[in-house]
Write a protein that binds this ligand. Structure first.
Ligand SMILES: [Fe+2]
Ligand SMILES: [Fe+2]
Length: 194
């Protein structure tokens, strides 16, 4: 992972270089906000399923693996694009740091869930808490954070950040750091579920 930029609040921060205005009709398509909203959709659907008490654990296990994969790819790309720029802005620095922290908590929880072998109640409890944390995080981003992002970055800047997000998103999917989804046969052999 790239080294995070340090935040020097005392110095005025240079504004990022804006690209030319997008052509009419394409405005907003690759804006960082549109891209994040798009990638939040599968995450929100999985949160709903993981929180659904009617869905049994055997069905939730593969959903969790899918959730871990899509959430990690999105979160890493977000940290390395939007959050880096948020931390360079006085008015969004704290929110950027909070975002990093919430991502780290979710990552830690996912690692713990992956380690649980023979305790269904503990697995369900941790998955429920994970779903609640990520649900809260996503709602906060789509509400207050995006409102501030629109205020701090104009459309050209948001498109530039969107390009960085896509680059990181694609890079991460090819990287060795991406969580490996274990084949179902292997999980079954370990007795996780049949
Ligand atoms: Fe986030
Ligand atoms: Fe997000």
């Amino acid at each position: 992972m790239k080294k995070k930029k340090s935040v020097a609040k005392s110095k005025p921060k240079p504004k990022m270089k804006a690209s030319p205005k997008p052509k009419k009709g394409t405005a907003g398509t690759d804006d960082i906000i549109s891209l994040i909203l798009r990638d939040h959709e599968p995450i929100k659907k999985l949160i709903k399923s993981l929180s659904d008490i009617e869905i049994e654990i055997e069905k939730k296990r593969p959903l969790f693996l899918q959730f871990e994969k899509v959430l990690t790819q999105h979160a890493k790309a977000e940290e390395e694009s939007l959050y880096v720029h948020m931390k360079e802005e006085d008015d969004l620095c704290i929110e950027g740091l909070e975002g990093d922290t919430e991502h780290a908590i979710a990552e830690q929880l996912m690692a713990e869930i992956g380690e649980i072998k023979n305790d269904d109640d503990l697995w369900m409890a941790k998955v429920k808490v994970l779903a609640e944390i990520v649900d809260h995080h996503v709602k906060e981003e789509e509400g207050e954070i995006f409102k501030q992002v629109r205020k701090e970055f104009d459309q050209s800047e948001r498109i530039e950040i969107g390009k960085e997000y896509v680059q990181q998103f694609n890079m991460y999917s090819e990287s060795e750091n991406a969580p490996k989804v274990r084949p179902l046969i292997e999980i079954s052999r370990q007795g996780f579920y049949v």
